[in-house]
Design a protein around this ligand. Structure first.
Ligand code: SF4
Ligand code: SF4
Ligand code: SF4
Length: 239
């Protein structure tokens, strides 16, 4: 049984414990930032920030709302980045957990193409050309632990477990949250292993909260779609 996350943004207080725990587990440095008029810090994901709590302020029905979105790789079920790379020495799926893993060989890929293929705008390139993103804490998961961000979350916003269990939890919470917030929804639950619940229109949280149709062709890039159609011949012909 593959694994999934359920991220209940209605329980997130933006404490950023998950963001810090991710850096701690992966031994990633802090980033120098400047005040940009928002508590969101740093301003974006980067090759040294795999998890970012995005924060926006919105007036909805004459009330100010703080919307928090702990952003990370969705570990897509059919990952467009993997389909686009077409090189399992660089990007592969761990069949046991469902994690989409990037290796040092991503430095040999066309970074722009890979980044452009991601419907959630996740991968970032490091100075050495390697691409970086969340790895599902796959080393922890294989050793019976939960991802660092889940372990540290004090409110229950971050959850992790078998996919069936997470989908059931997500649907249960959606039913409850919809009673107070009719616009509440699960984001792309059939396509991803990181299932978010938002109380408001997801576009208010972050431009890439749900997969944008403009970037996709049936869920994958055009190049990836051609590669998939041609199957093993594509690799031989280097399509
Ligand atoms: S640790 Fe939990 S409550 Fe804190 S920012 Fe992350 S998801 Fe939100
Ligand atoms: S969210 Fe983006 S980087 Fe992560 S698996 Fe999906 S396509 Fe790849
Ligand atoms: S699963 Fe691990 S790598 Fe991914 S965001 Fe959480 S702590 Fe970071």
């Amino acid at each position: 049984m593959t694994k999934s996350f359920f991220v209940d943004t209605t329980l997130c207080t933006a404490c950023r414990g998950c963001q810090v725990a991710c850096k701690q587990w992966h031994d990633l440095p802090a980033e120098k930032t400047v005040n940009q008029g928002s508590f969101q810090n740093p301003p974006d994901l980067s090759y040294m920030t795999y998890k970012l709590v995005r924060m926006t302020e919105e007036v909805i029905d004459n009330r100010l709302h703080w919307l928090f979105f702990p952003d990370q790789c969705r570990h897509c079920i059919e990952a467009p980045c993997l389909e686009t790379a077409f090189d399992d020495t660089a990007i592969y799926r761990d069949e046991a957990t469902g994690a989409i893993i990037y290796t040092a060989n991503t430095a040999k890929l066309d970074a722009e193409e890979i980044i452009g293929s991601c419907p959630y705008n996740i991968p970032r390139q490091g100075p050495d050309g390697t691409l970086y993103k969340c790895d599902m804490c796959n080393d922890r998961v294989h050793n019976g632990l939960k991802p660092a961000c889940v372990t540290t979350c004090p409110t229950g916003a971050m959850n992790f477990g078998d996919r069936d269990e997470m989908l059931a939890l997500a649907r249960e919470r959606l039913e409850k949250v919809q009673k107070k917030n009719p616009k509440a929804m699960l984001l792309d639950p059939d396509d991803v292993s990181v299932i978010y619940l938002t109380a408001q229109d997801p576009a208010l949280y972050w431009d890439f909260a749900v997969a944008g149709t403009s970037r996709r062709s049936g869920g994958i890039t055009r190049t990836a779609a051609i590669r998939r159609m041609m199957g093993p011949f594509a690799r031989l012909m280097k399509v």
